[in-house]
Design a protein around this ligand. Structure first.
Ligand code: BES
Ligand code: MN
Ligand code: ZN
Length: 507
């Protein structure tokens, strides 16, 4: 979809549809909606008086203009209660408008900004939310469909009408920013939605190379042999069961001062998690192509950061492999030696995420990073604790976790902390090795994170368990947002870009 800003009055826009809005309880529309109403000789006011338009949140009323103004149709979207208004409502309203117009067969529209009038929202932030809503909300994964509805249309153009010329530049900048972040998010969604056979570790490495080539990113891919030379026993221990070779992806972006230590991002890249010899039941395996959502998010964040020219240095690390049973597979009881030398007793081969991350994190420390963030679909236990609505957050730095929580509140990519009290360490003590990879029935998200903590040395670190938030079901158990269509969410991209954007701000 093309997105552009033009200087002009919305009531003068010649497009298939124009979008205006209404807060709940407003009887005489003002601002841009009021101007359109006057041009339409009171058609909107009449809808309100007749009880056909109330301004309820996500309400949509579409009607034809009959030639009274250049636009063919007007869509009024409800903004809801003014007291409950905020950025997330702009995203949702914009997503609702986009999908509703598409369903109505309209592919091109011009919209006003929502919430910068009596809503009081900052222009740049409102524009970003508007664009995010439209691009994230209209996302569909159609790569594997051959049959389409005949009357189905694609959105081709959204124009933002800017009344005051002095605002045009800000709006244009905000459009570019939000487009970059949203497209990176949708790129991650595509990867997560793809079948495992079409996103093998080798294929993911190819995609990472491709992303790097189109940007100022350096990409290094380690194969099995190179990983062996680096003693990545955790990573290779998982890869052993599959005949599909693993790949350890490293992306580097230098946007900050030369010599400034990087921020490391590490993502779990299990392109299919069968559980290994500790095989999962069939039902639990159905969505395990999504077990690389962390790796995909890392690639997505690097892609967006480079495109936005964020003034930071980044290193993105994605250990990618399948977790399958096989004649050479790691067996329960085996002991693996990691890159940093720590030994792990594998009691359950289905607790493989922490094994690949032990080397992902350990290798990240060799870059001397100022901070490490990891993202991983790590535990079912985290979903039990926080559901599908909120990402579990554990780490060694209160300051970093604070930054994430604020970024989460702003972007809607919610995170919430779980404790890493050292007493839990008892649960992962091994009888024969330094640590074991299972911690028993309780506090599974925490004991998994405590294993990871052993591999970050003293680098300030935060782990994000995205098992629950990697996708929405479209049902009551996950976030019901107009900009989160059923399927992969692309969790982590908007969140981390927000953190990195604010990186040099005091906390
Ligand atoms: N990839 C799974 C975690 C997961 C479960 C993600 C459900 C998304 C949805 C992970 O590798 C796993 O299998 N974890 C086990 C750990 C256990 C064996 C200690 C789990 O959570 O059951
Ligand atoms: Mn597993
Ligand atoms: Zn897994």
């Amino acid at each position: 979809m093309q997105i552009q800003a033009t200087h002009g009055r919305i009531e003068e826009a010649a497009d298939s549809a124009i979008v205006v809005n209404l807060f709940q309880g407003v009887n005489a529309p003002g601002g841009a909606t009021g101007a359109v109403d006057r041009a339409l000789e009171g058609m909107i006011a009449e809808l309100i008086q007749g009880g056909d338009l109330k301004g309820k949140f996500k309400e949509v009323v579409l009607f034809r203009t009959g030639g009274r103004i250049p636009a063919e149709r007007v869509l009024v979207v409800g903004l809801g209660d003014q007291l409950e208004f905020g950025l997330d409502r702009i995203r949702e309203t914009s997503a609702r408008a986009a999908t509703f117009l598409r369903e109505s067969g309209v592919s091109s529209y011009t919209t006003i900004m929502h919430g910068t009038g009596i809503g009081g929202v900052d222009l740049r932030e409102a524009t970003e939310a508007l664009v995010e809503g439209a691009l994230l909300g209209s996302y569909r994964f159609n790569r594997y469909r051959t049959e389409r509805d005949e009357d189905e249309v694609e959105l081709t153009s959204m124009t933002v009408a800017v009344k005051d010329a002095e605002n045009l530049e800000t709006v244009q900048e905000a459009i570019q920013w939000a487009r970059t972040v949203s497209e990176a998010t949708n790129f991650v969604r595509d990867l997560v939605a793809s079948p495992a056979r079409d996103k093998t570790p080798r294929e993911l490495a190819r995609v990472a190379q491709e992303v790097a080539e189109g940007a100022s990113i350096q990409c290094t891919v380690l194969d099995e042999k190179q990983a062996e030379e680096l003693n990545m026993g955790g990573f290779l221990g998982v890869a052993r069961g599959s005949s599909e070779p693993p790949r350890f992806i490293i992306l580097e972006y230098h946007g900050g001062p030369k010599g400034e230590s990087p921020i490391a991002l590490v993502g779990k890249g299990i392109t299919f998690d069968s559980g290994g010899l500790s095989l999962k039941p069939a039902k639990s395996m159905e969505t395990m192509k999504e077990d690389m959502a962390g790796a995909a998010a890392v690639i997505g964040v690097l892609r967006a950061a480079a495109e936005l020219k964020l003034p930071v240095n980044l290193v993105g690390i994605a250990p990618c492999t399948e977790n399958l049973p096989g004649g050479r597979a790691t067996k329960p009881g085996d002991v693996l030696t990691t890159h940093l030398g720590t030994t792990i007793e594998v009691l359950n081969t289905d607790a493989e995420g922490r094994l690949v991350l032990s080397d992902g994190l350990g290798y990240a420390t060799t870059f001397n990073p100022q901070a490490i963030f990891d993202m991983a679909t790590l535990t079912g236990a985290c979903m039990v604790a926080l559901g599908r609505m909120t990402t579990g957050m554990m780490g060694t730095s209160e300051e970093l976790m604070d930054r994430l929580r604020r970024a989460g509140a702003k972007t809607g990519d919610y995170v919430w902390p779980l404790p890493l009290y050292e007493e839990y360490e008892e649960q992962i003590k091994s009888d024969i090795a330094d640590v074991k990879n299972t911690g028993g029935k309780y506090a599974g998200a925490i004991t998994a994170a405590l294993l990871l903590k052993r591999f970050v040395k003293d680098v300030p670190w935060v782990h994000l368990d995205i098992a629950g938030t990697r996708k929405t079901t479209g049902e009551a158990d996950s976030l019901q947002k107009e900009y989160l269509p059923k399927g992969p969410t692309g969790v982590g991209v908007r969140l981390l870009i927000q953190v990195l954007r604010d990186w040099n701000q005091a906390t």
